[in-house]
Design a protein around this ligand. Structure first.
Ligand SMILES: Cc1cc2nc3c(=O)[nH]c(=O)nc-3n(C[C@H](O)[C@H](O)[C@H](O)COP(=O)(O)OP(=O)(O)OC[C@H]3O[C@@H](n4cnc5c(N)ncnc54)[C@H](O)[C@@H]3O)c2cc1C
Length: 458
């Protein structure tokens, strides 16, 4: 198989063993593999229909897998049957309609690079290049432009999917199935193709000015982050980042505006991009111990982001700087909270990790917040805003036992439930189907009657 991976030093998508794991391996390198028994490699919608029918006839649950970057055991199964979208990567651009139609296995970095040749770009793209269109659409899709464009799923205008009976459906925003399948984690069928709105932009050359605020106190950081996520902001891209070292911490709030083009700014943005890539390359190519040090340099660089980056570098920021597969293992937990509750949820998530830190299971923790204004999340209410809160914790797998991890996860879920927040379900959550349903942004659109919940979560 081709290795399409853009930035992992430790794992290759070309290895067969990749199929036995998801991103959980980054948090626990010794986690037991869950080898599938059967793998389908469709290239077309017709192939997907065939695979779905074969699996259904054999009474097998079909696990849909994009790049396997989720970490909630959604894409692995011991002895299971996996449909891998790897070979479904066709992309077509419609310049007149400002849309792009792609097969579900297309990697969004490839799509964006292809679009750049036509003077377009995706409105919402993840910061990691290996994420597939189908995988992103099945969880939601958030970027530092989500306060303008919503989730990736809000930019989708047309969807083709194959249901569990092997029937092909095409649907759009007016159809009931549309939002049910989007962010549906593969429960309602296999997304085969999707069309998304584009923006006219040159991501590689558009220089932004980062009006950043640096702060050394958590209370001040949270107050400023709250202001960022609660209020409409003219910034084109926005994010907040805090590093918690236990006794100390440091943070920054970044609002990116269009910079007037001046040769010195273009030069500074090129130097910043070079610096970003240099740290990223060091993390990827140095021997493991030195790579781990470079990774911490990358994390430090996140606290002091460049003043004049290009759009591309803002979108790929974290991934440029630190390869998560190098250095100490990390676990990611994400909540999507109503904006007014974001500060409380962020604090609660850190406290949940703090308890595990006392047991020696958690080291430094990074906290990101991104503002979101999403019709999908708000049920089309204009006045409702959300925030993505990501906690990336460095962990010691020896002390982060399954029971300690479950306690952290349940506490984070409790915090989310107390504040009517969602969890981003591609990261580890409770396994209780009822709790998962309350935490699921898709629940508003999904339906129990079809039995999909029962069938897939059982
Ligand atoms: C390093 C890293 C950086 C990330 N950055 C971001 C970010 O910036 N923004 C963000 O929003 N998320 C981010 N994520 C999360 C990422 O978007 C999700 O984990 C996403 O699901 C990964 O895509 P994938 O192709 O690997 O999906 P997989 O992990 O393979 O699948 C995820 C889910 O989608 C389902 N699925 C996949 N393909 C299909 C399909 N064709 N039809 C139906 N269901 C399908 C699977 O069954 C599973 O439930 C990041 C994750 C990592 C590891």
């Amino acid at each position: 198989m081709r290795d399409r991976s853009v930035g992992h030093r430790a794992f290759s998508h070309a290895e067969l063993s990749w199929l036995a794991y998801d991103w959980e391996r980054v948090g626990d390198p010794d986690v037991a593999p869950r080898w599938p028994f059967k793998v389908f490699l469709p290239r077309s919608t017709e192939d997907v229909v065939r695979a779905v029918r074969e699996a259904a006839a054999a009474g097998e649950k079909l696990i849909v897998r994009g790049s396997g970057h989720s970490s909630n055991r959604l894409v692995t199964g011991e002895g299971g049957t996996v449909l891998l979208t790897e070979l479904m990567d066709r992309v077509e651009v419609d310049e007149r309609a400002s849309t792009c139609t792609m097969q579900a296995g297309a990697r969004l970095l490839d799509v964006d690079q292809r679009l750049a040749r036509h003077g377009f770009g995706l409105k919402v793209v993840g910061d990691h290049g290996d994420i597939t269109a189908g995988g992103f659409a099945s969880v939601g899709g958030i970027s530092p432009a989500s306060h303008r464009f919503g989730l990736f799923v809000d930019t989708v205008t047309q969807l083709e999917y194959v249901d569990h009976a092997g029937k092909v459906h095409r649907c759009g925003p007016g159809d009931e199935a549309f939002r049910r399948v989007l962010a549906g984690l593969g429960r309602y069928g296999v997304i085969t193709e999707l069309t998304v709105e584009l923006q006219r932009i040159d991501k590689q050359r558009t220089v932004l000015r980062n009006d950043r605020v640096l702060t050394g106190t958590f209370a001040d950081f949270l107050a400023r982050a709250e202001e960022l996520v609660c209020n409409p902001d003219p910034a084109l891209y926005a994010r907040a980042f805090w590093v918690d070292l236990g006794k100390a911490g440091y943070g920054q709030i970044s609002r990116y505006h269009l910079a007037r083009k001046r040769p010195d700014r273009v030069l500074r943005s090129r130097l910043a991009a070079g610096y970003q890539r240099l740290i990223g390359a060091a993390v990827t190519n140095l021997p493991p111990a030195a790579g781990a040090i470079a990774k911490y340099a990358g994390v430090a660089a996140m606290v002091l982001p460049p003043i004049y980056p290009t759009v591309e570098r803002v979108e790929r920021f974290a991934d440029d700087l630190a390869d998560a597969t190098v250095g100490g293992p990390t676990r990611m937990f994400i909540a999507i909270a109503p904006a007014e509750a974001a500060a409380d949820v962020a604090r609660g998530m850190l406290e949940a990790c703090g308890a595990a830190r006392e047991a020696g299971a958690v080291g430094p923790v990074a906290l990101y917040l991104k503002p979101i204004r999403s019709p999908y999340l708000s049920g089309d209410r204009d006045d409702v805003r959300h925030a993505e809160i990501t906690v990336t914790a460095t962990v010691d797998p020896a002390t982060m036992t399954e029971s300690v991890l479950s306690t952290v996860v349940e506490r984070i879920d409790d915090v989310a439930l107390a504040h009517r927040a969602f969890r981003y379900l591609h990261t580890r959550t409770s396994e209780d189907p009822q709790r998962r349903r309350w935490l699921d942004p898709n629940a508003r659109y999904g339906s129990d009657e079809e039995g999909a919940e029962a069938r897939w979560w059982a």
